[in-house]
Design a protein around this ligand. Sequence first.
Ligand code: TYM
Length: 328
Amino acid sequence: MTKKRVFSGIQPTGNIHLGNYLGAVKNWVDSQDEYENIFCVVNTHAITIRQDPKELKKKTYELASMLLACGIDIAKSNLFIQSHIDEHAALAWILDCHIPMGDMSRMTQFKDKSVKNPKNVNVGLFNYPALMAADILLYQVDDVPVGEDQKQHLELARDVAMRFNRDYGECFKIPKPMIPAVGARIMGLDDPQTKMSKSAQGENHAIFLLDSPDVISRKFKKAVTDSQTSIVFDQTRAGLYNLLSIYEILTGKTREEIESEFEGKGYGHLKTALAEVVIETLRPIQENYHRIHKETGYLESVLYNGAQQVRPIAKATYDKTKELVGLL
Ligand code: TYM
């Protein structure tokens, strides 16, 4: 039986954090055996926000090392860099010509990012979801494992694919979002009303995957909770719920087990236990990272081979699209 295919991507901007790991990367790693996997460092998306060129290149390779360190296994998965395959940007143009302005204007990420970067509200930022749709549709994938914040972009990708197939004939497989039941939206530790993000400013906002044990403990200690005392899964208590969800995913314990573990205990106890679990989860990842990142030759060959392997799929889809619209 042939395996289903997944595609997902992550931007090399800022530093990868626990939200990225729990909402996306951990699931990519955990389901590697079940699927045919294609993962991508989406550096072309990153330039929708102005980047220092040297820094962007450095971050791209650091992130690729980190994905390998987290457990992406090249015997089971393909890993490549978006800009190494020109068909992504090329297909995005054709899709752009088939996405109504109204649909694109509804994208909440564009609204958020243009508020955060008022001096650089560029057309690429607006069209970002077309490039993302191209990433996915090029590879004829079944599922797209992402955090909840990408759901709206996925819907746009599905819509444009369905419209294109209807108007020109069968071309794209219709992808489905694969969003985890827990961890799809990890919140900022300093403000549990906002999503943990790479660009937030507060020094206790996010746990980064390369944070030292001391920093991790300090950030959890300062995490915002509430003035109540019981430790229970209650979605209305956003700070506590966020901490408990992280604990739930990383320990694999049930909610009942966790609630009874902390019965009669205070928030300090939970924060210490959680910090320990996170430190132990990140320890082997950090060790792998420092080893892999030193082996530049190895990393470059992994990424080169990754692009070589998937390029024929991208090219076949792109050529078909061109043919259908009368460009070939
Ligand atoms: P990016 O780089 O912002 O995030 C990478 C992945 O991490 C997830 N994520 C989170 N999950 C839970 N809690 C959080 N606080 C949190 N923050 C981020 C994201 O949902 C994502 O799955 N547009 C995408 C990159 C992209 C892509 C694609 C993804 C480009 N092309 C094609 C899938 C398929 C992005 O900016 O992700």
